[in-house]
Write a protein that binds this ligand. Structure first.
Ligand SMILES: Cc1cc2nc3c(=O)[nH]c(=O)nc-3n(C[C@H](O)[C@H](O)[C@H](O)COP(=O)(O)O)c2cc1C
Length: 326
């Protein structure tokens, strides 16, 4: 394993600024394995205050992006250039189980590595906004008590109190309430995870208004799209699954554009929060590009599934760049 180029996230020194976003690392065994493969920012997949089963399989399908929708194909991804649709329902273990397991995960990571725990409020047990805020906060407190170095608040989920199709991060008022409560209830840094914005104006306004309540922003969670099979039928079986998150290689241009917007906005001096880039980073060059632009970290999900040695490839590239610069 080539040594990492170093890095820093909040007050934590890092071997490298590359890691895994919420999703692929389902428990402490996965965290341990990917930590050994040279990923230095490890995100424990989103946990809830209640146990939740995953949707029926398949819950991940390779897709081609077309104008109206994403088309699920039978062909597997080639050359690690994968674009997939994800519809998992965000399962969670029972809180007693994940709280113990987060502690194990923390013990398994090494020096120069950090553990993020992603948390979400469960809307169907929260009849009012206040209950949803409290549920997010409960998960955050449990995760931080269990040893999380950083709490990631997953705001890229449907807003049960908003118009149809609205996500929580698209409601500045609700997001601010959640972040404010989480931030004042834990001592570790708090990151807001957000999805794609409809316009640069929305992105600017949201980041400016949420900056006082978050230590960092992570985007882009994925592109929420209708996913159908080649005959036009829903690609995932079951109610409420006609829309899914499209993630991976094809989403990079759109995601990188939003990350770059954020970076430009931060450079303009509006606020100075950490920016963690995610979305379509499937090559070491893409990670390097966004880090050079100023992102504090580059996180991957899809490529971690198809090419677990990605972190090692990134380290090689960073090493070669450092040698040629010296
Ligand atoms: C199999 C899988 C499961 C995921 N589960 C979660 C999750 O539980 N919580 C979450 O915030 N994001 C989840 N994501 C989204 C990723 O964290 C990430 O935002 C997205 O995949 C974009 O990165 P990528 O293009 O590198 O895959 C998941 C992604 C994948 C591929």
């Amino acid at each position: 394993m080539p040594s990492g180029p170093g890095g820093r996230l909040f007050d934590y020194p890092l071997n490298s600024p590359v890691g895994i976003a919420a999703g692929p690392l389902l428990n402490s065994k996965w965290i341990e394995a990917y930590a050994k493969l040279g990923y230095d920012i490890l995100t424990y997949a989103t946990v809830r205050s209640v146990e939740r089963q995953a949707y029926s399989l398949p819950n991940v399908r390779p897709v081609e992006n077309r104008e109206q929708s994403a088309i699920a194909t039978k062909r597997p991804a080639v050359n690690g250039n994968a674009t997939i649709a994800v519809s998992t329902g965000m399962p969670s273990m029972e809180p007693d189980v994940w709280r113990k397991d987060v502690r194990r995960a923390k013990d398994k990571i090494g020096r120069g590595q950090v553990l993020i725990v992603s948390v979400v409020g469960t809307s169907d047990i929260a009849a009012e906004a206040e209950a949803l805020v409290a549920d997010y906060t409960l998960c955050a407190v449990w995760a931080s008590e269990a040893g999380a170095d950083i709490i990631e608040v997953n705001l890229a989920v449907p807003n049960p109190f908003g118009d149809a199709g609205q996500m929580v991060y698209e409601s500045i008022a609700l997001s601010a309430q959640i972040l404010y409560r989480v931030r004042s209830s834990v001592k570790v840094p708090v990151i807001a995870k957000m999805g794609a914005f409809r316009t640069p104006r929305h992105l600017h306004e949201t980041a400016t208004k949420l900056a006082p309540w978050a230590h960092g922003f992570e985007l882009v969670h994925g592109i929420h799209r209708r996913v159908v099979d080649e005959d036009g039928n829903p690609a995932f079986e079951g109610a409420g699954r006609d829309f899914a998150y499209v993630v991976g290689a094809d989403t990079f241009p759109a995601c990188a554009r939003q990350v770059e917007e954020m970076l430009a906005w931060r450079k303009a001096g509006a606020w100075d929060r950490a920016i963690l880039a995610v979305g379509g980073i499937t090559t070491a060059e893409r990670a390097q590009h966004l880090l050079r632009e100023g992102a504090n970290a580059a996180l991957v999900a899809t490529v971690a599934l198809f090419d677990p040695l990605f972190a090692s490839r990134f380290r090689q590239l960073a090493h070669a760049a450092a040698v040629s610069a010296s």
